[in-house]
Design a protein around this ligand. Structure first.
Ligand code: PRP
Ligand code: ZN
Length: 292
């Protein structure tokens, strides 16, 4: 009998593809090309990667074709506008952050959602847009497009658009300005209704635990410094996102050593402030792995 294999659906190409593979590799799963481009095998664990179009991931996972999937929250929400997504989402992955925004031509006199009432809005996210319109108590004509949404106003196909924005370049070069935040998105890990199956539970748990570790350690830093005992409170408050730092005595009784795990980036400005508060010998170290 062949050993059962856990299937993870990932985007084959596009905005999340590379970072998804980095997450998988970071979790110690060695993915190699399988029989075809659609299937990658993990050689050191009973896991296969199903490489598909992002729009297919919610369906594959919902149909139990794959036990897990890595997909943009935007795609998931558009697919299941009425589902309780918290039941499907295992964790937020912290990459692929972008927003879905309502945008209008730069010369459009926008005075709030009412300004687009009765107008034509082009989007690849009709379900999310319709929900936003109804939440705002307005009706508008939703024009569904598969791509190239940003050219719709120039082509006089639409008066406004609702599209993904990450750097904002696409809007800018098309003479459009963002006016409303419709949805915030990032990559999420989702699970199938039947997952985990008993015979795959141990491998499922391992993947989830390792993804959690990779996600938490990304951007996390280990910070060490010496601090004057009488400025300790001030210094601890300056350390970004640290839970409870470790304080150790030094030979000099007026000084202590402070060690902390920061779950946010540490900027030069923070180091300047720590220095000004009396901290010295400040070290910021990357964290390679973390098992919370
Ligand atoms: C999205 C969106 C814009 C662009 C925005 O397209 O439709 O075209 O990204 O990014 P920016 O703010 O950094 O310029 P995507 O890359 O997802 O391709 P698609 O339109 O084919 O889905
Ligand atoms: Zn897309």
């Amino acid at each position: 009998m062949t050993e059962p294999r856990l299937r993870i659906a990932v985007q084959k190409s596009g905005r999340l593809a590379e970072r998804s593979l980095e997450l998988i590799t970071g979790a110690g799963l060695r993915a190699i090309r399988g029989a075809n481009e659609l299937l990658y095998r993990v050689e050191n664990h009973p896991i296969d990667l199903l490489r598909v179009r992002d729009d297919d991931i919610p369906t594959f996972v919902d149909d139990n074709v794959a036990e897990l999937g890595i997909v943009g929250y935007n795609v998931l929400k558009e697919h299941f506008p009425d589902k309780d997504l918290e039941e499907i989402i295992v964790m937020r992955l912290g990459f692929g952050k972008c927003t879905l925004k309502l945008a209008v031509p730069v010369n459009f006199d926008y005075q709030g959602p009412k300004s687009v009432a009765g107008k034509r809005i082009a989007t690849s996210y009709p379900n999310i847009l319709k929900q936003w319109l109804s939440d705002n108590g307005i009706t508008a004509e939703v024009i569904e497009m598969r791509g190239g949404v940003e050219v719709a106003p120039r082509m006089h196909i639409a008066d406004a658009i609702c599209d993904l924005v990450s750097t904002g370049t696409t809007l800018e070069v098309n003479n459009l300005k963002p006016v409303e935040l419709v949805l915030k998105s990032e990559a999420v890990l989702i699970k199938a209704p039947h997952a985990p199956q008993p015979d795959l539970a141990h491998i499922y748990d391992m993947v989830v635990r390792r993804f959690d570790g990779v996600t938490k350690s990304t951007g996390a830093k280990y910070v060490m410094m010496n601090a004057p005992r009488d400025h300790l409170d001030e210094i601890i408050n300056l350390i970004p996102g640290s839970g409870s730092p470790t304080i150790m005595n030094l030979v000099d009784p007026s000084m202590v050593a402070v060690h902390a795990v920061c779950d946010e980036s540490v900027f030069w400005e923070t180091l300047d402030r720590l220095k000004a508060a009396g901290a010295s010998a400040i070290l910021v170290l990357p964290i390679e792995k973390m098992m919370p």
